[in-house]
Write a protein that binds this ligand. Structure first.
Ligand code: UD1
Length: 436
């Protein structure tokens, strides 16, 4: 099993290109199931979750051809879901259990074929993560569901889903994406209220429009989708990964340095920039040849101020950056209260940070961090994707050697994190049983 060995205490200096957004790419891959024509996706991050999602589509009978770009951090894929009609349309447990986002094939399959069999994802390290919001909306659209041997067996008796006026009882990124895709081919108009406004939902909607879908209200809490008879192929480049960008910002804020992020959308990480600015980091934005650039500076020895954070749906502070920002707060002067409001079990990194010397306390969904605290390297264990990134950030800060174990979690969602950090001067090595 691979692990990262980090020699801490080195500031980060230089430029780094942000990869395509994993969480935008996953629904875009699922959307290829909505058409028999080829779909060309570019700027996908070369990470294991993307490879898993492509495998899910291949298991359903979809043809896939992928290619890495020169640097090896991004990839493109052509997906053709032409002759799936006669197949089993079954997303198997072996794949779904490794990645919950596989449930995103359910909406497109029901919309186009009127039937699907998708394994239920099961539990997850950061919380229960049910899929009831996805299933309830699809049932209202006319799907009949049973759970049999761990699989959702779904079919649409009348053949085609129907449009509905639906208010989600809770904001859910995945449920919004699943029902948005389902609605594109439904009979009639669907209105989705209390829809997630995350940029990844907007990116999916733009791709669906390029396929011929009729969608209004993109990037607002109310989406209106007029169902069409069929969708066609398209070419689509996914948006830059705001969570990867935010992770680098947290790394510089915690370990000090001067770094320019290339191919980034600062407007999509405004809550993070604002927070780190209030802590004392300095930001500069400008337009480059290949998208926007964002520079972050924290001079060595410069004090950070502790700030409070509460995670919230977009445009609030992202839960996917809560762990990384906790590593920053261990270096800030004062008390920081961090409230996690999206997932109930998302503080597993806290115990590992304590092992490195952080001074913190967890009380239910709240973490209280007292800083600044000198961190000292030791062996720590990654428990989930974003927790792994936090431990890497803490390792960059800690004096001496930190070993982050179980980094297969990291490989699920960060394209070449250690190579990118190395290019910024960090002393990071991957050791162990080879690439995932
Ligand atoms: C997506 C992201 C994940 C991010 C999360 C919240 C992808 C692939 N993953 O996950 O990185 O942390 O959004 O920004 O895009 N819920 C229900 N019932 C449901 C669905 C969700 O109760 O049917 C709850 C969840 O348990 C959670 C909350 O709603 O408490 C938000 O979850 P959701 O937005 O659905 O997260 P995902 O789409 O799974």
């Amino acid at each position: 099993m691979d692990r990262l060995v980090i020699q801490g205490g080195v500031p980060l200096l230089g430029r780094v290109a942000i990869s395509g957004a994993k969480n935008a790419a996953l629904p875009c891959i699922a959307a290829a199931l909505l058409t028999a024509e080829p779909v060309q996706l570019r700027h996908l991050p070369a990470v294991s979750d993307i490879r898993t999602m492509i495998r899910v589509l291949q298991a359903l009978g979809c043809a896939a051809e992928s290619q890495k770009d020169e640097a090896g951090f991004d990839m493109s894929v052509q997906l053709t879901a032409a002759s799936l009609d006669t197949g089993e349309l079954r997303a198997p447990y072996d794949l779904v259990k490794t990645m919950r986002a596989s449930i995103l094939v359910l909406g497109p399959l029901l919309a186009r074929f009127g039937r699907a069999s998708v394994s239920l994802p099961g539990g997850c390290a950061i919380g229960a993560r049910p899929v009831n919001l996805h299933l309830e909306a699809l049932e209202r659209m006319g799907a009949q569901m049973t759970i049999d041997k761990g699989y959702v067996e779904a079919r649409v008796p009348v053949g085609r889903l129907r449009g509905i006026d639906h208010a989600f009882t809770k904001v859910s990124v995945g449920a919004t994406e699943n029902i948005l895709m389902a609605a594109t081919l439904a009979d009639g108009t669907t209105t989705l209220r209390n829809a997630a406004q995350e940029p990844e939902v907007g990116d999916l909607a733009i791709m669906l429009q390029a396929m011929g879908a009729q969608i209004e209200g993109i990037n607002t809490p109310t989406l209106t989708i007029r169902g069409v008879e069929r969708l066609g192929g398209c070419e689509h480049a996914v948006i830059p990964d705001r969570i990867e960008a935010g992770t680098f910002l947290c790394a510089v804020a915690a370990a000090c340095g001067d770094v320019v992020l290339e191919r980034v959308e600062p407007d999509q990480i405004r809550s993070v920039i604002d927070l780190l600015e209030r802590c004392g980091c300095v930001f500069t934005e400008r337009q480059g040849a290949e998208g926007r650039h964002l520079r972050i500076q924290r001079e060595c020895g410069q004090k950070l101020r502790a700030k409070d954070i509460a995670t919230a749906p977009y445009p609030g502070f992202p839960t996917d950056l809560q762990a990384q920002v906790m590593a920053v707060m261990t270096q800030a002067t004062g008390i920081s209260v961090i409230r996690e409001t999206i997932f109930e079990n998302r503080f597993q990194h806290a115990m590992e940070l304590e092992r490195l010397g952080a001074n913190l306390r967890i009380d239910g969904g709240t973490a209280i961090v007292a800083g600044p605290c000198p961190l000292t390297g030791c062996t720590v264990m990654a428990t989930d994707l974003r927790a792994s990134a936090t431990l890497v950030i803490a390792g960059l800060v800690a004096q001496g050697e930190t070993t982050v174990d179980r980094i297969y979690h990291l490989d699920r969602g960060y394209a070449g994190l250690e190579q990118k950090l190395k290019s910024l001067g960090a002393r990071v090595e991957r050791v162990g049983g080879g690439k995932v």
